[in-house]
Design a protein around this ligand. Structure first.
Ligand code: SAM
Length: 306
């Protein structure tokens, strides 16, 4: 609760009223208040200190600046008096116009920064802007659908999808992966995420039962990639979609040894042919990434509809 007598004395001063009217609109630094009121710093600081002591104003430090704001949780009996004073104070209108300029100046600073970045934004650092973050956001847009994650591994994608999908079936032919993924899903409480042991070419999933079939870095492990894509087609409902992330064909032979790859990626034409032969339509294929380090693997993304 604000001290009543002290506060009444404070409100009897037009400069303090002008300050309160301004701070009701916007948190401001002393420098900004100086610009608006056209007064010296020490005078403003002294008024602010008194208002703060009476709990009518609060402050917040942001880096080198201190911002003052209106403590609306404490203005109880004075709220209406302060608001009504705007009509009587000749300077109040002028202060509002000057406040507008201060706001514009703030926006200009940010605009100037982004103006310089235009055209380079994708390549320059932006705190917190990561592909991982973007993936989380995009995966949250998945509706209540049934997803088959084929060659799911530990299920990083499957778990992200299970947050919003109706059901996710993660298929893998490695017992250890299935065991590990299933226990992880249980630990994280995903009742709609089921792991099944099975092969990409014959996934243990009912025909025409899923809305989305995913093959993320799995196709190059398939004994027969064309048969794998045909199997994905079989389990999809009419209108369902396939999404494939794989490697663009490369010459890095060591991948067979290092990563147990059976295929050294695929060309866009090979993927297109396999999808077409399986019966898919609306085929869209693109190279979406190139690693900066040798052997410069490139990521191929393909999507199509049944
Ligand atoms: C490179 S990992 C990709 C994991 C996951 N999709 C991802 O993007 O993080 C490939 C996975 O496919 C599985 N896999 C390989 N051959 C398979 C097959 N014939 N049938 C089913 N899963 C297979 C492996 O056990 C492994 O977990």
């Amino acid at each position: 609760m604000v001290p009543i007598v002290k506060s009444l004395r404070l409100l009897a001063d037009p400069t303090r009223l002008r300050l309160l009217l301004l701070l009701r609109e916007e948190e401001l630094s002393v420098v900004e208040i100086q610009e608006i009121l056209g007064m010296g710093q020490s005078r403003i600081s002294s008024h602010l200190a008194q208002l703060k002591a009476a709990k009518l104003v609060r402050d917040r430090r942001a880096g080198k600046n201190v911002y003052y704001g209106y403590a609306d949780a404490h203005d109880g009996p004075f709220r209406e008096i302060i608001a009504a004073s705007a009509a009587e104070l000749l300077e109040a209108k002028q202060d509002r116009a000057a406040l507008k300029l201060v706001r514009l100046k703030r926006q200009d600073k940010a605009r100037e920064y982004f103006n310089k970045l235009a055209g380079k934004f994708g390549r320059s650092y932006c705190p917190g802007r990561s592909w991982k973050g973007v993936a989380h956001m995009l995966l949250s847009l998945v509706g209540p659908i049934v997803v088959a994650d084929l060659g799911a591994g530990e299920g990083t994608l499957a778990q992200l999808l299970a947050r919003h999908a109706r059901q996710v079936i993660a298929v893998d032919n490695s017992e250890k992966m299935v065991e590990f993924g299933a226990s992880l899903a249980k630990e994280h409480g995903f009742e709609n995420l089921e792991y099944r042991l099975g092969d990409l070419e014959e996934p243990p999933i009912e025909p025409e039962s899923v809305d989305l079939a995913l093959l993320s870095q799995a196709l190059h492990h398939a004994g027969n990639p064309a048969r794998t894509i045909a199997a994905a087609y079989r389990i999809l409902k009419p209108g369902g979609r396939i999404a494939i992330l794989d490697l663009l064909s490369h010459q890095f032979e060591k991948a067979r040894e290092l990563y147990a790859d059976l295929w050294l990626g695929f060309s866009e034409a090979q993927l297109d042919e396999m999808l077409r032969e399986a019966g898919f339509r609306e085929i869209d294929i693109a190279v979406v990434d190139r690693e900066p380090d040798a052997p410069h693997f490139q990521t191929l993304f393909a999507a199509a509809a049944k």
